[in-house]
Write a protein that binds this ligand. Structure first.
Ligand SMILES: *[C@@H]1O[C@H](CO)[C@@H](O)[C@H](O)[C@H]1NC(C)=O
Ligand SMILES: *[C@@H]1O[C@H](CO)[C@@H](O)[C@H](O)[C@H]1NC(C)=O
Ligand SMILES: *[C@@H]1O[C@H](CO)[C@@H](O)[C@H](O)[C@H]1NC(C)=O
Ligand SMILES: *[C@@H]1O[C@H](CO)[C@@H](O)[C@H](O)[C@H]1NC(C)=O
Ligand SMILES: *[C@@H]1O[C@H](CO)[C@@H](O)[C@H](O)[C@H]1NC(C)=O
Ligand SMILES: *[C@@H]1O[C@H](CO)[C@@H](O)[C@H](O)[C@H]1NC(C)=O
Ligand SMILES: *[C@@H]1O[C@H](CO)[C@@H](O)[C@H](O)[C@H]1NC(C)=O
Ligand SMILES: *[C@@H]1O[C@H](CO)[C@@H](O)[C@H](O)[C@H]1NC(C)=O
Ligand SMILES: *[C@@H]1O[C@H](CO)[C@@H](O)[C@H](O)[C@H]1NC(C)=O
Ligand SMILES: *[C@@H]1O[C@H](CO)[C@@H](O)[C@H](O)[C@H]1NC(C)=O
Ligand SMILES: *[C@@H]1O[C@H](CO)[C@@H](O)[C@H](O)[C@H]1NC(C)=O
Length: 555
C-alpha cells in the first residue's frame, strides 16, 4: 500500500524516534498509523475464557494417539540436514531419485508426494495471473483476512498402507527373507512410526505459518485492540488438530502469550456430529466407496501398472517376499512418512524420477475424484465452510443445510461475525472440498483427469493444493480508487486465483480482484445450488472420468 506522510503520521514517527528504546507500547503506537488508540495488543482486561472454550482434555474425542519411536537422524540419516535455505523442508533430508546424477539433478522428490508433500509457495502465473502476487495491490489496503489451513506433517492415519507393509516384512523375516543391493537396509529395518499425531516437523510448519501470518497481517490486530476483544480461532478435537491450532497460535502470538491472547474453539470430530471441519462424519455418502472414494479406486487401478519396472528391479534383490503394486505405494509412502517423522528415509533411494511422477499422479487421481470436481460429494462437504464464510462476509448467521453445527454458529461468542482476522484449522480433504464448493475452477482447468495416466492436461496437482499445512486465504480489501471500493480475492498457497471465468460479473483483473458484493452474491448462488441432503444421502450412480463440479449427478 502507498502511504501518505500525513501530519498525524509524521508526529507518530517523531514520537517513536524520540522514545526509541522506551516501552513497547510506544513502538506499537507508531506502527499503528491512523488508529485512534495507542494501546498494544492484547487489549487490557481481556482473557481467554476456558469455561466457554474448554481445552483438549475437557472436550475429548482426540482420536487414536499411538506414539512412535524417537527419531535418531544423527545416526540413521545418509547425509546431514544442513540448512541451505530451503525453509519448506529444512531439517528434512531428501535424496535424489534412484538412477539420477546426484551432483547435477535438481529434482525435488518431496514435491511429488501428493497430500504428503510439505507445502511450498505456488505462483499466480500457474493459474493464469502472471502479474499478481499476494501483496496488497497498489492503492488497496487489506482490511480483513480469512485463513483456512491444514495441519502440518503427521504420522500415517490408522490402518494406512505402511503399517501393513511392515507386518508383511516382519512375517517374511520369520519365514526367511533375504535381501541385497538397494534393499540391504531392509534386513534390519523396523517400523518406527506412530499414527495420526503431528510430527516435530509438522509442528514447525504450523508454527511458521503463524509467524508468517503475524508478520503479514499483524496490523489487523489493532481492530481487536480498539474493540477490547480477542479473536476466536477454530479447530477440531483430534489431537493433531488441537496441536495444529496451538502451534499456529504460538507462532502468531508468541509463547506463552498465545495462552492468554486467543480463544481456541475445539469442535468435536466424531461420527454423527455436525462439524464444518469434518463433514464426512455426517455426510453418509462420503463414506460409501462408490460415491465418496471413487478417486481411491481409480488411483489404485492406475498404480497396478505404474511401478512394474521398479518392482521387477526390487524383486531381483529380494527373496522370501513377493512385491506388489500395493507394496510399491506403501514403500513410497514410507519414504514420505519416515522423512517427515524421522528426518530421513532409506526407502526414498529406491525410486526413480518416473516413479515419483507416477506417485504424484496416483494422488492427483485420488484427490480429484474424492474431493475435487470429479467427486459427487465434494461440494456438499465444502458447503459448511462456504456457508460460514458467507456468514462472516454478510454478518448474518448461516442456516444449517450442510455439515456445520448450528449450536456453534449462532452466537457472537462461538461464531463472531465481525473479526478482522479468522483462522480455522482443518484437514486437506476439507480444504479441497471447500475450494470446490467456492467454485474456484481455475484450480481444475482442463478435462477430467485421465484414469489411464495421460498426465498434465489439467492444472490440478494434489501436492500443490493438499500438502501438509496447505492454506486458503481470503483477503478483503479497501481500494479507494476502484469502483466499488470494497474488493475481495482468493489465494491458495501464495497463488492468487483468477475469478473471471468462474464468478460471473468478475472482471479479468490482473490482481485477481473482484467486487466484494458481487463475489458474495455468486457464492450465495453457488451455495444454493449445492444440495447437501441429496448429494450426501441419496442413492445415485457416480463414476470416475467426469467433472461433476463437485456435485452429485441426477440419476
Ligand atoms: C502376518 O502374519 C500374521 C500371522 O500369520 C497374519 O495374520 C497377517 O495377516 C500377516 N500380515 C501380512 C501383511 O501379511
Ligand atoms: C464484535 O461484536 C461483538 C458483539 O456485538 C462485540 O462485543 C465485539 O466488540 C465486536 N468485536 C470487534 C472485533 O469488533
Ligand atoms: C454440535 O457440536 C456439539 C459439540 O461439538 C455436539 O455435542 C453436538 O452433538 C453437535 N450437534 C450436532 C447436531 O451434531
Ligand atoms: C447416516 O448414517 C448414520 C450412521 O450410520 C445413520 O444413523 C443415519 O440414519 C444415516 N442418515 C441417513 C439420512 O441415512
Ligand atoms: C504390471 O504388473 C501387473 C501385475 O503383475 C500386471 O498385471 C500388468 O499387466 C503389468 N503391466 C504392464 C504394463 O506390464
Ligand atoms: C511368491 O510367488 C511365487 C510364484 O507365484 C510363489 O511360488 C512363492 O511361494 C511366493 N512367495 C511368497 C513368500 O509368498
Ligand atoms: C446438522 O446437520 C444436518 C444436516 O445438514 C442439519 O439438518 C441439522 O440441522 C444440523 N444440526 C445442527 C444443530 O446444526
Ligand atoms: C442456537 O442453536 C441451538 C441448537 O440448534 C439452539 O438450541 C439455540 O436456541 C440457538 N440459539 C440462538 C440464539 O438462535
Ligand atoms: C473491525 O473489523 C471488522 C471486520 O472488518 C469491521 O466490521 C469493524 O468495523 C472493525 N472495527 C473497527 C473498530 O475498526
Ligand atoms: C462455476 O464455474 C463455472 C466455470 O468453470 C461456471 O460455468 C459456473 O457457472 C460457475 N458456477 C456458479 C454457481 O457460479
Ligand atoms: C442403490 O441403488 C442401486 C442401483 O439401483 C441398488 O442396487 C442398491 O441396492 C441401492 N442401495 C440402497 C442402499 O438403496
Amino acid at each position: 500500500m502507498k502511504m501518505q506522510l500525513t501530519p498525524a503520521r509524521a508526529a507518530a514517527i517523531l514520537a517513536f524516534v524520540a522514545q526509541a528504546g522506551a516501552a513497547p507500547t510506544t513502538i506499537q503506537a507508531a506502527s499503528n498509523a491512523g488508529a485512534s488508540t495507542a494501546d498494544p495488543y492484547p487489549p487490557s482486561g481481556t482473557a481467554v475464557n476456558s469455561a466457554l472454550f474448554p481445552p483438549e482434555s475437557k472436550v475429548g474425542f482426540p482420536g487414536p494417539t499411538p506414539t512412535g519411536a524417537e527419531p535418531a537422524a544423527i545416526q540413521t540419516a545418509k547425509s546431514y540436514p544442513y540448512n541451505d535455505g530451503n525453509a519448506n523442508q529444512f531439517p528434512l533430508v531428501n535424496p535424489q531419485p534412484h538412477g539420477s546424477d546426484a551432483e547435477r539433478s535438481t529434482f525435488d522428490i518431496s514435491k511429488y508426494w501428493g497430500n504428503l508433500s510439505p507445502w511450498y509457495s505456488l505462483r499466480s502465473a500457474d493459474y493464469g495471473l502472471p502479474d499478481a502476487n499476494p501483496l496488497a495491490p497498489e492503492g488497496c489496503d487489506v482490511t480483513q483476512v480469512h485463513l483456512l489451513y491444514r495441519h502440518g506433517a503427521r504420522y500415517p492415519t490408522s490402518g494406512a498402507a505402511p503399517a501393513t507393509f511392515a507386518q508383511k516384512v516382519m512375517n517374511a523375516t520369520k519365514t526367511g527373507l533375504s535381501v541385497s543391493g538397494d534393499l540391504s537396509f531392509l534386513a534390519d529395518w523396523t517400523y518406527k512410526l506412530g499414527a495420526e499425531l503431528l510430527t516435530p516437523f509438522g509442528r514447525s510448519q504450523n508454527f511458521l505459518l503463524g509467524i508468517e501470518y503475524r508478520q503479514l497481517y499483524g496490523h489487523l490486530l489493532n481492530n481487536f485492540t480498539e474493540s477490547k476483544t480477542i479473536p476466536v480461532f477454530r479447530t477440531e478435537s483430534q489431537d493433531r488438530m488441537v496441536k495444529t491450532a496451538e502451534n499456529f497460535a504460538a507462532g502468531f502470538f508468541g509463547v506463552p502469550e498465545y495462552l492468554d491472547e486467543v480463544n481456541i474453539e475445539i469442535l468435536v470430530e466424531t461420527l454423527g456430529v455436525n462439524n464444518s471441519g469434518a463433514p464426512y462424519e455426517i455426510c453418509n455418502n462420503s463414506n460409501i466407496a462408490t460415491k465418496g472414494s471413487i478417486g481411491s479406486t481409480v488411483a489404485n487401478k492406475f498404480s497396478v501398472n505404474a511401478f512394474n519396472s521398479t518392482i521387477a528391479r526390487l524383486q531381483s534383490q529380494a527373496s522370501g517376499i513377493n512385491f506388489t503394486s500395493t507394496d510399491a505405494i506403501a514403500m513410497l509412502q514410507l519414504c514420505s512418512y519416515e522423512t517427515h517423522a524421522l528426518g530421513y528415509s532409506a526407502f526414498c533411494d529406491l525410486f526413480s524420477e518416473e516413479d515419483y511422477l507416477n506417485y504424484e499422479y496416483y494422488f492427483d487421481l485420488s484427490f480429484y475424484y474424492n474431493n475435487g470436481p470429479g467427486s459427487p460429494v465434494a461440494a456438499a462437504q465444502g458447503k459448511g465452510y462456504l456457508d460460514e464464510f458467507i456468514a462472516r462476509f454478510t454478518g448474518k448467521y448461516p442456516s444449517a443445510q450442510s455439515a456445520l453445527n448450528e449450536t456453534f454458529d449462532n452466537t457472537t461468542t462461538f461464531f463472531p461475525l465481525n473479526q478482522s482476522i479468522y483462522a480455522d484449522a482443518t484437514h486437506e480433504v476439507v480444504v479441497l472440498d471447500t475450494l470446490t464448493a467456492f467454485n474456484l475452477t481455475a484450480l481444475f482447468d482442463g478435462p477430467p483427469l485421465d484414469a489411464a495416466g495421460n498426465r498434465r492436461q489439467n492444472s490440478f496437482v494434489a501436492s500443490k493444493l493438499v500438502p501438509f499445512a496447505t492454506h486458503f486465504t481470503t483477503q478483503v480489501l479497501s481500494c479507494p480508487a476502484m469502483q466499488p471500493t470494497k474488493q475481495i480475492r482468493f489465494i491458495v498457497n501464495d497463488a492468487v486465483i483468477p475469478l473471471h471465468n468462474s464468478h460471473s460479473g468478475c472482471p479479468n483483473d490482473p490482481n485477481g480482484l473482484c467486487s466484494f458484493d458481487n463475489v458474495v452474491s455468486v457464492l450465495q448462488k453457488r451455495s444454493a445450488e449445492i444440495n447437501f441432503n441429496y448429494d450426501c444421502f441419496a442413492n445415485y450412480t457416480a463414476s470416475a472420468g467426469h467433472d461433476y463440479n463437485g456435485r452429485a449427478p441426477k440419476s
